[in-house]
Design a protein around this ligand. Structure first.
Ligand SMILES: [Zn+2]
Length: 333
């Protein structure tokens, strides 16, 4: 049993309370490898932004959960080396699907876990979430739960269609489970193809898809039912078209990839939404940079020569999100 406090990590409680009060959102960035983690920490240290490092079940399979945990521990020290005096870094399990998985992460030094029972019938979601909350809270680990189903694909999480969160359920759910934050479904979705072309309009100038707006009415209803309660948005990448274009013009093939416009996320960050999950955008930044180097220098075979530029591109992306979209810069001096 390792307690996250001994690793220099923090849970989400104070982060979220400040974010709700301050009208900004905490970035939740997924990581699977060293370059991604370096980029996240560098961007957050340079902007003094609190951050949630997310580990999905796919990341655990890809990189090994022991290694990921020690990387997060190393990240706290790296942040200090970069001159960030009081780093506020949370290590979070993304989409935990069983009590056992959540427990093993709590025991292993995670400071926050998500239990995603959103695909279960309502009462079963409550029972599972409550069980995780009761265990995690003994160690002051915070718990995110989910109500409503997001469409899209994220590692092992697949859902054909989305179901918006029902605002009439949120008080009962939050009260009976004791969860610390709630992921809701208002039209965001996982992956780089968030909407089918038939759900969108097409910009006649650029030929690019224009996605439908998020259900801000549902968010407002939820906020009214649970004033000040931390709300989470998953699947909130914007799928920057400049990256899609670089990928497509350097041998890639991502037709009609489309995300959530940043303007809408900016609006959400000012509300009760205090955690915004961004994963696909950093994958796109990484891939665009790698494809560009390999296309322009076919003789290159040193991974540092293409992973290095990919890392730089991710730092740029993360800083942009922190400063221009979430507003979390300067919130963790
Ligand atoms: Zn998610």
């Amino acid at each position: 049993m390792v307690n996250y406090k001994d690793l220099g990590l923090v849970n989400t409680r104070e982060m979220f309370a400040k974010a709700v009060d301050g009208g900004y959102a905490i970035p939740a960035f997924n990581f699977n490898n060293m370059e991604q983690l370096q980029a996240i920490i560098k961007a957050c240290a340079e902007t003094k932004s609190p951050v949630i490092l997310q580990v999905s079940s796919g990341a655990r399979k890809y990189a090994n959960q022991t290694l990921l945990r020690y990387m997060a521990e190393g990240a706290v020290e790296y942040a200090k080396e970069l001159g960030w005096e009081h780093p506020q870094i949370c290590l979070h399990l993304d989409h935990g699907d069983t009590f056992e998985l959540c427990k093993s992460c709590v025991d292993f030094g995670f400071s926050s876990v998500m239990i995603d029972g959103s695909s279960l019938p309502y009462e079963e979601n409550i029972a599972l979430t409550k069980r995780v909350v009761e265990y995690a809270h003994q160690f002051d680990v915070t718990v995110e739960a989910e109500l409503g189903v997001l469409a899209g694909v994220e590692d092992d999480v697949v859902a054909e269609e989305s179901h918006y969160t029902k605002p009439e359920e949120v008080i009962d759910f939050a009260t009976r489970t004791g969860c610390d934050s709630l992921a809701i479904s208002i039209g965001t979705s996982h992956g780089a193809y968030k909407f089918k072309p038939e759900q969108c309009e097409r910009d006649p100038q650029t030929g690019k898809l224009v996605p439908p707006p998020l259900a801000f009415d549902v968010l407002a209803e939820v906020e009214k039912k649970l004033p000040g309660f931390p709300i989470v948005l998953h699947g909130s990448s914007s799928v920057p078209q400049e990256y899609v274009d670089i990928i497509n013009s350097h041998g890639g093939n991502l037709p009609d990839a489309v995300g959530i416009p940043e303007e809408q996320l900016r609006q959400a960050a000012k509300s009760a939404v205090c955690k915004i999950n961004i994963d696909s955008d950093s994958r796109l930044a990484f891939t665009a940079a790698v494809r560009k180097v390999l296309a322009e220098k076919p003789g290159e075979f040193d991974p540092r020569k293409y992973c290095g530029p990919a890392r730089d591109e991710m730092v740029k992306l993360y800083k942009h999100k922190i400063i221009e979209v979430l507003g979390s810069d300067g919130k963790a001096e």
